[in-house]
Design a protein around this ligand. Structure first.
Ligand SMILES: Nc1ncnc2c1ncn2[C@@H]1O[C@H](COP(=O)(O)OP(=O)(O)O)[C@@H](O)[C@H]1O
Ligand SMILES: [Mg+2]
Length: 197
């Protein structure tokens, strides 16, 4: 079966091949080829590791099927991208988003690009994908920024209504240090008001 290009970002091309997703990191022309090879390879390994660790921590993520040079083969999650259905979710599902992020943070991981384009609903589970910018980070600041990015993107793209409250409620359930993170989040939000980026 021929792979079909379904998405192309700045860093990667995404192909659907049967029930697999191939995420191929594309070369950056401005980098020296050897260095470029190494960087892409390192990112492939890091994304693979963190995707699996998140899954071990109980966060639904696609199973890694194989790694080939600069390409990761993932299980295809045949569902709805949250970007397209966000306003129609129920409180329980918003709660689930927060629980997943809490589990991620509790495992010492931050995602780095939490938007509704990187979440897929499948059989009443909310999958998190795209750990390409994820890091091992246990600092309150990184966790606050993770939530800030998500809430900003929700406010910019969707009708937040009560969803942010529900996400926070879910986060509280799975992440014991939630109070510190929420306090920092408020500080980050204030900073954002006065420091244009
Ligand atoms: N395992 C997967 N199952 C289903 N769709 C996927 C999967 N991985 C990626 N996609 C689709 O491809 C898009 C881009 O993939 P992503 O990993 O987010 O790459 P990028 O870093 O370019 O954003 C996603 O928004 C999603 O629509
Ligand atoms: Mg993405």
């Amino acid at each position: 079966m021929k792979p079909k290009l379904i998405d192309r970002g700045a860093e990667a091309e995404i192909y659907l091949k049967g029930n697999k997703i191939l995420k191929k990191r594309i070369p950056k022309k401005y980098r020296h080829p050897e260095l470029d090879n190494r960087i892409r390879r390192e990112r492939v390994i890091k994304e693979t590791k963190i995707t699996s660790q998140a899954r071990q921590a109980g966060v639904p993520t696609p199973i890694i099927l194989d790694i080939k040079n600069h390409t990761i083969e993932f299980e295809y999650i045949d569902g709805d991208k949250l970007k397209n259905i966000y306003n129609k979710l129920n409180p329980q599902q918003y709660n689930e988003i927060g629980k997943n992020i809490g589990k991620l943070h509790n495992a010492g991981l931050v995602h780095g690009d939490l938007t509704t384009s990187n979440m897929i609903k499948h059989k009443n589970k909310i999958y998190i994908i795209d750990f390409g910018l994820a890091e091992y980070d246990v600092h309150i600041e990184a966790r606050g920024v993770d939530l800030h990015i998500l809430f900003q993107s929700i406010k910019a793209t969707h009708q937040p209504n009560n969803s942010i409250k529900q996400i926070k409620k879910g986060y509280k359930k799975t992440f014991p240090k939630h109070k510190k993170v929420f306090k920092r989040l408020r500080e980050i939000q204030k900073r954002g008001k006065y420091i244009p980026q």
